[in-house]
Design a protein around this ligand. Structure first.
Ligand code: T3D
Length: 256
């Protein structure tokens, strides 16, 4: 698939997916949703981590409002275009870092929040902007936000549609970390390289276990952990991890 609204690059196991409509703060139109979904479903060979970020001064301003006419069928757009895109992030075989370089609004905020790790630059912000235009939070926001920050903060953020600064988001546990702007690029690259040289199979299992934890009782989760740990224990990366520990050196994980 050609890429007109995103830019893809690959280096040292890290695939970088840049939302690339900076003139509208990377607003999501139909083409962009399709391109994100396709890119995450068919990653370059050797990808062991994905970094999703925005071109220019924003991360993503949510739905392209020039598309949102009264005739536009929001329900069908969510079903046909947003849901596959969000599932593609969750189903990605390797960890996804959302590197939030600037404002993340509406569905743009929630696209970031479904990633495995969210790192924001200090000048970035998050806004559940939906009620400002008479809409309901979507793109998984009503599922992610209460789990991340609790019902009280999720309700306030959605009803008031106030801007949450990156620092506040980190303090609330909504994101993994907030980095000074000057350190943002290097910090994201270091995190991505760490994941790209880590035990990819173990990461996949962690993501599966965390996803299942939202529905499982403790006993089911313990069973799942036993199965996943059984797999990890048979992996070459486990052998390498223990060998490296005993030899007092850094492990060289192959992702197998
Ligand atoms: O299918 C469906 O429709 C349902 C799905 C809904 C999901 C949603 O995401 S609903 C929420 C949609 N998003 C918003 O309501 C956010 C709208 N944008 C803003 O509130 C602000 O632009 C920002 C807070 C994101 C950034 O503010 P600021 O002051 O830094 O920048 P700006 O000047 O407002 O924006 C820069 C340009 O981007 C500007 O264009 P111009 O004047 O330079 O030609 C602005 O119009 C454009 N832009 C920003 N956001 C959008 C947009 N254009 C289209 N769609 C946008 N969402």
């Amino acid at each position: 698939m050609t890429q007109e609204t995103i830019a893809l690059s690959h280096d040292a196991g890290v695939t970088r997916l840049v939302l690339n409509r900076p003139q509208v703060m990377n607003a999501l139109n139909s083409a962009m949703r399709a391109e994100i979904t396709a890119a995450l479903s068919d990653l370059p060979q050797g990808t062991r981590c994905v970094v999703m970020t925005g071109a220019g001064r924003g991360f993503c301003s949510g739905q392209d409002l020039t598309d949102a006419s009264a005739a536009h069928d929001l329900e069908q757009t969510l079903r046909r275009e947003y849901e596959p895109m969000l599932h593609a992030v969750r189903a990605c075989p390797v960890p996804v870092i959302a590197a939030v370089n600037g404002v993340a609004a509406g569905a743009g905020a929630n696209l970031a929040l479904v990633a495995d790790v969210v790192i924001a630059s200090e000048s970035a912000s998050f806004v559940q902007a939906f009620t400002r235009i008479g809409l309901v939070p979507d793109a998984g926001g009503t599922w992610m936000m209460p789990r991340l920050i609790g019902l009280a903060r999720a309700a306030g953020a959605m009803l008031f549609a106030e801007t949450i600064t990156a620092r506040q988001a980190a303090d609330w546990g909504m994101i993994w970390e907030c980095l000074p702007d000057a350190d943002f690029e290097a910090g994201v690259t270091a995190r991505a390289r760490h994941l790209a040289s880590g035990p990819t199979g173990a990461y996949r299992a962690i993501r599966e276990a965390l996803a299942a934890s939202t529905q499982n009782e403790l006993s089911a989760q313990l069973e799942l952990e036993a199965r996943l740990q059984g797999q990890a224990g048979r992996s070459a990366d486990f052998v390498e991890g223990v060998t490296a520990f005993l030899e007092k050196r850094a492990p060289r994980f192959q992702g197998r």
